[in-house]
Design a protein around this ligand. Structure first.
Ligand code: ADP
Ligand code: MG
Length: 324
């Protein structure tokens, strides 16, 4: 067990990890093969455990960034992965290694790539596949939020699939920006990618779990239309589009899905975080429990308290048409 509290962690950073950080050379235990992806401070490579033949994704995260020691941030990312250990919608942490420059997170391998690949106009998924993926995403977020952790970087590049064909289940990755709420006062300052983040984040207003729900709205919009709802010509235009909630619901692509889909997105892309439904609320939205034609009926609605008591907070789309 490691404690970093003496260093004075930034608000919302976790400093406790259970996973041992091993220092033996990674390539003595794994065959490291191709690159799976990369971000600002990390490279992810596919690797095979020599003794078992099992495939993993090794995320090499730099400890020094812009001349600053960021080891505590990487430890925090590990700690969040540990919090999510029993959450089947989150990627699993298998082991961790430390090299001179990096901490290497050995992650469960998600073989189906990013759902981003399905947000590109000419390969869109069917409404029923989109519903299934969004439902799974909400299940994952719901559990995460129950641990008072917000992801803060939900976007189509950070939601992976276990397999591509047939289309598998989702796995949420990238907990670098995730934060624990409530521990150290208000949380402001953290910034994801403007296209996907909620207005309160761009405005440096307090962050809550509702910020993640905004991103679910953006992701749903993208899976349905193949377009990013707020992306502008430049960063400034994108900021403006987000803060004015400038969304076009008249896209041709919406005609291929049910009215309920638009109703669902409209509930999430609202400026005031307190007016957005929670992940649990969303899981009882009728759009997510439509029956797929020609298939077995979907399981009964999720077990939210509201559902169990038989009521639904969701008005039919025509009943609240005036709040558009
Ligand atoms: P960053 O913090 O740099 O964005 P991510 O954790 O998001 O790092 O990883 C970058 C990319 O690498 C992801 O968008 C994805 O394409 C790929 N990747 C990450 N984790 C895995 C994994 N467990 N299995 C397969 N690919 C992965
Ligand atoms: Mg990422």
């Amino acid at each position: 067990r490691r404690r970093l509290e003496s260093r004075g962690l930034a608000a919302g950073l976790l400093g406790d990890v259970q996973t041992a950080i091993l220092t033996e050379p990674l390539d003595s235990l794994y065959h490291i093969t191709g690159e799976l992806g990369r971000g600002k401070f990390a490279v992810v490579k596919k690797c095979v455990e020599k003794t078992t033949g099992k495939v993993f994704a090794a995320k090499f995260v730099r400890k020094r960034r812009r001349g600053r020691d960021c080891r505590a941030e990487v430890i925090h990312e590990m700690a969040v992965l540990e919090v999510s250990r029993n959450n089947p919608r989150m990627i699993n942490l298998h082991a961790a290694y430390e090299t001179e420059h990096d901490i290497v997170l050995l992650l469960e391998y998600a073989a189906g790539g990013e759902i981003f690949d399905h947000c590109i106009s000419d390969e869109l998924l069917s409404e029923f596949q989109i519903i299934r993926l969004i439902r799974q995403t909400l299940e994952g977020i719901h559990l995460l939020h129950q641990s008072s952790v917000v992801h803060l970087d939900l976007k189509p590049q950070n939601i992976l699939l276990t397999s591509l064909s047939p289309l598998g289940d989702i796995k949420i990755v990238d907990f670098g920006l995730a934060r624990k709420l409530g521990s150290a006062g208000e949380l402001r300052e953290i910034l994801g990618t403007p296209e996907y983040v909620a207005p309160e984040i761009l405005n440096y207003e307090p962050i809550t779990t509702a910020s993640d729900l905004w991103s679910v709205g953006v992701i749903t919009y993208m899976l349905i239309t193949g377009e990013s709802p707020f992306a502008g010509e430049d960063k400034q235009q994108t900021f403006l589009n987000v803060s004015q909630v400038n969304v076009d619901y008249s896209k041709e692509a919406f005609s291929r899905v049910s009215e309920l889909a638009v109703h669902f997105i409209r509930k999430l892309l609202v400026k005031a975080p307190e007016d957005r439904p929670s992940a649990a609320d969303c899981l009882s939205h009728p759009w997510l429990w439509q029956q797929c034609p020609g298939s077995e009926p979907v399981p009964p609605s999720p077990r939210t308290p509201r559902e169990r008591s038989g009521g639904s907070k969701w008005a039919a789309p025509h009943e609240d048409a005036e709040d558009k």
